[in-house]
Ligand binder design. Structure first.
Ligand code: ADA
Length: 565
């Protein structure tokens, strides 16, 4: 299934390369991707794109190198831009046998530019490595609590580039809500000071005179008949820019989002966020979740009354974010990270890749009105200097790219964090009544209010008063269908009562501006001995199971969320 996300480039030829590709699994005992001679590979299988090969029955659980190959027929000679929606865990991309790029940013949308060669048939090969090894895949460690799939997670698209200068992304930022004035800024790669035309919402583009600084342009304009975007009224606009040799259509929403005086303000009005953490994962498709699944997820989330999704723990599919824009869903998008060890956080290459992927995420998702919060490094080492300095650097990276949204980071050390001053919003993950020292109490539900009270007491200090607070994870595991007379851990009843407590607490504590329950649906995680605390090798804290079948807790959530509308 192919769906293109914004932006569109109306004057370029776009070839969508999704479909069924030639495939070969090369095994575990092969050298690193750069050392593999692709000319000797025998393709003896087929595999769809997008797909995770290790979610298919034949290659389930394999850790090794696999190859996807497709023939592409070109009608003209030009420069090409290959857009890889996302892959994992590491990729090497070859066009006619020549390397055009290495992708070491799992879940990130990346682009590669190269010359097409002559008119006629060409061959695109993607070598994919899902072996867990810090040297090769520093951004994904084997202890991450979600499965490190191998494959091409999201769409592959190939664009022809114009002979002259061409547009990179064009960013639209709301300058003034009342007049619907926006700033339009972008880059004309290989150009500058060219005549530009611009039109909103399908109007014929007319000449404009932006300010230029080398190849970057900027101008402010009032959107004619502009309408403000909000969850209740998700009004979207498009803008088309034309240069001498290229054209681009970007979509955006007119809205503001800020963290001020302890509140999250959407279009100047305080808003409380309530919803879920959602993994982009499904047992049959791995991380290559097709629209059939994520559209249904969005329907379920809306039926529950949620207005908020934390896209844990990596950059989101652009098509998914387009749908969130259209439905008025509010999203926290974060770059990839998960409780990385201190020695990892101190590693220069890891730090550099963290910055590159985070910058790229902001670049890719800047125009989505649904994305209201940037995050990074879930549960980092924020109580140690090494972790704290990385978080400070990542915040600087985000702010250099975008000052129009607040940033945050989900801390598991809220009581000891050295970094709370770094963020615009303070977020914390807590599992009272779930991860507890043995206390002899088989249903420690009373711990929820006790522990959350301690956190809010700390955050009542004047130095934090201006910062809104989000409870970014809380939850209890339940095995789908499991009932038991003890009503204790892993039963659906304990989970329902747990979430009942959490929702009541949130409703009566306005200091909390947001709640993201852990977890929308059960999600596959590490297998093997580490899964001793993860029955079935799934994170079982979903309100739905991995096939999106509702557990009884869904009715509890629905009752509360809908009453907050
Ligand atoms: C952490 C982490 C989640 C998940 C959760 C859990 O808070 O951020 O990804 O692992 O714990 O289920 O324990």
């Amino acid at each position: 299934m192919s769906l293109s996300a914004y932006p569109f480039y109306p004057s370029r030829v776009l070839l969508n390369l999704d479909g069924v590709h030639d495939f070969a699994y090369l095994g575990e005992e092969v050298p690193s991707l750069e050392k593999i001679d692709v000319s000797t590979i025998r393709y003896d299988d087929r595999m769809p794109v997008p797909s995770c090969f290790d979610a298919t029955p034949r290659y389930a659980g394999k850790r090794g190198v696999a190859t996807y190959r497709i023939q592409v027929e070109l009608a003209s000679e030009s420069r090409l831009l290959l857009r890889v929606g996302a892959l994992g865990l590491r990729g090497r991309i070859l066009w006619d046998g020549v390397e055009v790029g290495i992708d070491e940013l799992p879940y990130s949308l990346l682009e590669y530019e190269f010359a097409s060669g002559l008119v006629g048939m060409h061959e695109l090969v993607l070598l994919i490595d899902n072996r867990l090894n810090f040297q090769e895949t520093p951004l994904f460690s084997e202890f991450y609590d979600f499965y490190g799939y191998g494959g091409i997670y999201r769409s592959l698209e190939l664009f022809t580039l114009p002979a002259g200068a061409y547009f990179d992304r064009v960013r639209i930022t709301t300058v003034e809500l009342a007049t619907c004035k926006v700033r339009v800024e972008g880059r004309l790669i290989g150009g500058g000071r060219e005549a530009l035309k611009l039109g909103f919402d399908g109007a014929n583009p007319i000449p404009v005179a932006p300010k230029w600084s080398e190849d970057r342009f900027e101008l402010e304009m009032v959107v004619p008949k502009g309408k403000v975007w909000s969850p209740a009224s998700p009004q979207l606009h498009t803008v088309r820019l034309e240069s001498e040799s290229d054209a681009i259509v970007e979509r955006f929403g007119i809205r503001t989002i800020e963290a001020s005086q302890g509140k999250i303000l959407l279009n100047g009005e305080p808003i409380r966020l309530y919803g879920y953490n959602r993994h982009d994962s499904h047992p049959q498709f791995g991380a290559a979740v097709p629209p059939e699944v994520w559209v249904a997820d969005l329907q379920q989330l809306r039926d529950l009354g949620s207005n908020f999704i934390r896209g844990c723990h990596y950059p989101q599919n652009q098509q998914f974010l387009d749908a969130c824009d259209e439905l008025g869903m509010l999203v926290w998008e974060e770059s990839l990270g998960w409780g990385d060890k201190l020695e990892v956080q101190g590693d220069p290459r890891f730090r550099e890749l963290q910055k590159v992927q985070t910058r790229r995420m902001v670049h890719n998702s800047y125009n989505h009105p649904s994305v209201i919060i940037w995050g990074f490094m879930n549960e980092p080492g924020d109580k140690h200097e090494t972790g704290a300095s990385l978080l400070q650097e990542l915040a600087t990276v985000v702010r250099a790219e975008d000052r129009s949204r607040p940033l945050t980071c989900a801390s598991m050390y809220i009581m000891d964090s050295l970094c709370l001053d770094v963020y615009d919003i303070i977020s914390f993950n807590k599992y009272p009544g779930w991860y507890e020292e043995p206390v002899g109490n088989i249903r420690p539900l009373d711990r929820i209010a006790t522990v959350l009270d301690q956190v809010l007491e700390k955050l009542a200090k004047p130095e934090y008063a201006d910062k809104p607070v989000i409870l970014s994870e809380i939850g209890a595991g339940a095995i789908y269908g499991w009932r038991d007379s003890l009503d204790s851990y892993w039963t659906e009843n304990y989970q329902s009562e747990y979430i009942e407590e959490v929702c009541r607490y949130f409703a009566s504590h306005p200091r909390l501006s947001g709640l993201a329950l852990w977890l929308f649906c059960d999600s596959r995680t590490f297998a093997g001995p580490r899964a001793i605390f993860r029955p079935r090798a799934f994170n079982n804290k979903g309100s739905f199971d991995e096939y999106r079948r509702p557990k009884p807790v869904v009715e509890v959530v629905k009752k509360h969320f809908r009453s907050w509308k």
